[in-house]
Ligand binder design. Structure first.
Ligand SMILES: Cc1ncc(COP(=O)(O)O)c(C=O)c1O
Length: 398
């Protein structure tokens, strides 16, 4: 049975009548830019996230860029970013003429390792961008402590983590800014590009609001140079249809993760990531490697926080083994994807731009090991079983 990596048509079919009603509402309003649905969506997001200000933005990338612009990051500044993340996290830093400084990540939670960030902090460091990768929060206690010590701005890249919690609070709401993406495959996905920028700081919110419309205030007077970073009213209206269903999407993703973990951890050669393998665990430094070494390691949710499972990412150990598993999936028509095949410090465009990549070995190893499998909310029990069986067969054959 073929299994897709995700299937947005399945998610959207039951919402078709509501989408059409939202479209007609916007159509008949005649207000297509910053219209009433846009303002209402911002209010709903602020309430949902428990944050003071939420700005609808054209994409997650633009939300990151706007945050950096609002903080006046530019040439001569260094910004700490994880080496293992989507390109946009570091791309936005370079676009403003600043230098991304690549920080290695933890192989257990995939997120920025604060100890490495400490080593790479210099007098030029102005900001840090912790990414909450795959739906799980980064070590915000560590990041906030480092930021307080060196007066760094914290921009949380929560593109994959709308709804993720860190010690009970929403990831994205603890730094100066939080940037979210509503790219269609995210846990809350639009029907096109869309994003959100949040902050609890009134002055930063005001500055970002002005920069979102070309740095303009009042109309046609430009105290700053900004851009056009507005969210389409139509996308806001469509996202408002999906927001009430978000809790059920998350519940289904979490149930899929629990099911995969129970089913696959019974297979010899497959192990679950141990809590002490994470750099945030108090006994991490003294932890001996697992014996025997597993062929595949399953991801695990840190018990203190809430994982929303944007991705369920396996680590497939041994040279060539990840690519062999991908080929095995392709043969069975099972969707899987490598997020990400190259750490950022190894990307051609950053060869002469970034700094710090020489010590991002764990990110480089992960790039050769990771494979994300179907976890979307509408995945059926039969499909889930098919994916798990394919993994079990692969491990038993190898
Ligand atoms: C970690 C991360 N940062 C930033 C972005 C950029 O978001 P968008 O695609 O909405 O521009 C993404 C999107 O995939 C992402 O995963």
């Amino acid at each position: 049975m073929p299994v897709p990596l995700f299937d947005l048509k399945r998610q959207h079919a039951p919402l078709e009548a509501e989408f059409k009603a939202a479209f007609e509402r916007v159509l008949h309003s005649g207000l297509y830019i910053l219209g009433p649905d846009h303002a209402e969506f911002e209010r709903e997001c602020a309430r949902f996230l428990g944050v003071k200000h939420a700005l609808g933005i054209s994409s997650g990338t633009d939300a990151l860029l706007l945050a950096l612009m609002a903080l006046n990051i530019g040439p001569g500044d260094e910004v700490l970013v994880p080496a293992f993340t989507f390109f946009a996290t570091a791309g936005c830093v370079s676009r403003l003429g600043a230098t991304p400084v690549f920080v290695d990540v933890c192989p257990a939670c995939f997120n920025l390792d604060v100890a490495d960030a400490v080593k790479k902090t210099t007098k030029k460091t102005k900001a840090i961008i912790p990414v909450h990768l795959f739906g799980q929060a980064a070590d915000l206690d560590g990041v906030l402590a480092l930021a307080a010590k060196h007066k760094l701005a914290v921009i949380e890249d929560a593109a994959q983590s709308f709804g993720t919690r860190y010690s009970g609070k929403h990831a994205g709401t603890l730094g100066q800014f939080g940037a979210y993406s509503f790219f269609p495959t995210k846990n809350l996905g639009a029907l096109g590009d869309a994003g959100l920028l949040v902050t609890n700081d009134d002055a930063l919110a005001e500055r970002a609001t002005i920069l979102r419309v070309h740095g303009m205030k009042p109309k046609y007077y430009h105290p700053f140079i900004g851009g056009n970073f507005r969210l389409d009213t139509l996308q806001a209206a469509l996202l408002r249809v999906k927001l009430p269903h978000f809790a059920s999407y998350t519940k289904n993703r979490q149930a899929n993760a629990v099911w995969y973990t129970e089913r696959l951890s019974r297979v010899p050669g497959i192990a679950v990531t141990r809590p002490q393998d994470c750099h945030m665990h108090p006994e991490h430094a003294t932890t001996a490697p697992a014996i025997p070494a597993p062929k595949i390691t399953l991801p695990a949710a840190c018990p203190r926080h809430e994982h929303i499972w944007n991705q369920f990412t396996l680590r497939v150990h041994g040279p060539g083994r990840r690519d062999a598993l991908l080929a095995h999936f392709q043969q069975r028509k099972i969707g899987a994807e490598i997020y990400y095949p190259l750490s950022l410090d190894q990307q051609e465009c950053f060869k002469n731009q970034g700094r710090g990549g020489e010590s991002c070995n764990r990110s480089r190893i992960l790039a050769g090991e990771v494979l994300s499998i179907p976890i979307f909310p509408e995945l059926t029990a039969g499909e889930r079983a098919e994916v798990a069986q394919a993994i079990e067969d692969f491990v038993r054959q190898g």
